[in-house]
Design a binder for this molecule. Structure first.
Ligand code: NAD
Length: 315
């Protein structure tokens, strides 16, 4: 007899969460998305709202009452947290509360009901790394009071909380996503792909903050979701990096976007505080323990993302 899984997805109305809900429904799981839509978009889950196996629980994960009545779950994927630097800057208190108080509430629920729980940390726990590429045993170079510390230190506390629950016997896994991109990253998101795609399609200037020589490694959302589900289906504790090993400068990325949009121009702009110089994961652990690696090249993923953004921006 097959046991139907019932997965709670915190942040299910967000970018990654909406793709995850879709993928879990497609394989026959029941899904409860929990979201307060502080950064999510209801349009992300419009296509699944009426599916019989899907339920939306509106609420804040920092409020334990949000989880009242959610008792029959087998799994949790914990994604709820304002994730873009723009959102983190606008909502520093919401950010650190979601990453700390919210994560503790989610872990307590998982432990109480005996559910497998995967916690989304971030590559930001490596800070401005002194080691390149970044493997999971690198402890990072972070500033606890820096401009982005509500997020970076919040995620480090989230990992510490997950490790504490592991120590008391909870089935918890930690993943560290590295720059995921794809449809459902809205024009106002603030992260580099959304900012570049929306600016290029509007024929505007793509600002290369920090000079454009800094690098990022961008992973297609479909590949990332496969890794996240592999982690959910395992009993691995992590932390496990999930990202692409293809590294690109921000200047080259801007050009790829402009080529696909057919418009836009670039301008070097002064750096924001704490521009991270390099970012590339070592994914040996994900490959060895989960059999995971990304397959979609940036050129193909960007083509789809620009197409999606073009449709969104059409009047
Ligand atoms: N997208 C990436 O490249 C990336 C990289 C590293 C880490 N992550 C992590 O993955 C997770 C998902 O990121 P995303 O890109 O989908 O971000 P997102 O902002 O699109 O989604 C986050 C979702 O969580 C919800 N949320 C935030 N605080 C909440 C709260 N207190 N209660 C209930 N819901 C709340 C938001 O409304 C939103 O729908 C985040 O934890 C983020 O830190 C993402």
């Amino acid at each position: 007899m097959t046991i139907t899984r019932h997965v709670a997805v915190t942040g299910g109305g967000g970018f990654i969460g909406s793709h995850l809900c879709r993928a879990l429904l497609d394989r026959g799981d029941r899904v409860t998305a929990i979201d307060n839509f502080c950064t999510g978009h209801e349009a992300n889950i419009d296509p699944i709202l009426d599916e019989s196996q899907f339920r939306l629980q509106l609420g804040d994960i920092c409020d334990p009452d949000t989880f009242a009545g959610i008792t029959d779950i087998t799994d949790i994927v914990h994604l709820a947290c304002p994730a873009s630097p723009k959102a983190n800057a606008a909502m520093p208190i919401d950010t650190i509360r979601a990453a700390t108080v919210g994560t503790l509430n989610v872990l307590e629920l998982a432990h109480h009901v005996g559910a497998r729980c995967v916690v989304a940390s971030s590559s930001e726990v490596y800070g401005d790394p002194l080691v390149h590429p970044q493997a999971e045993d690198y402890r990072g170079n972070c500033d606890p009071v820096g401009a982005h510390s509500a997020y970076t230190e919040g995620k480090r506390v989230a990992e510490a909380a997950a490790a504490a629950y592991q120590r008391i016997g909870a089935n918890v896994g930690i993943v560290r996503p590295f720059n995921v991109y794809g449809p459902n990253m809205w024009p106002d998101d603030g992260r580099v792909i959304a900012a570049f795609c929306s600016a290029a399609l509007r024929g505007e200037t793509l600002r290369l903050e920090g000079g454009g020589t800094q690098t990022r490694s961008l992973v297609w959302v479909g590949d990332f979701i496969a890794g996240l589900i592999a982690m959910l289906d395992s009993e691995e504790a992590g932390p496990i990096n999930l990202g692409s090993t293809d590294e690109i400068t921000i200047a080259d990325l801007a050009q790829l976007v402009i080529d696909r949009a057919g418009s836009g121009s670039v301008q070097i702009a002064p750096g924001r505080d704490e521009v991270v110089a390099v970012r590339r994961p070592d994914i040996t652990r994900a490959h060895t323990l989960l059999g995971w690696q990304p397959h979609t090249c940036l050129a193909d993923g960007l083509t789809i993302t620009v197409q999606w953004m073009r449709a969104v921006l059409q009047p």
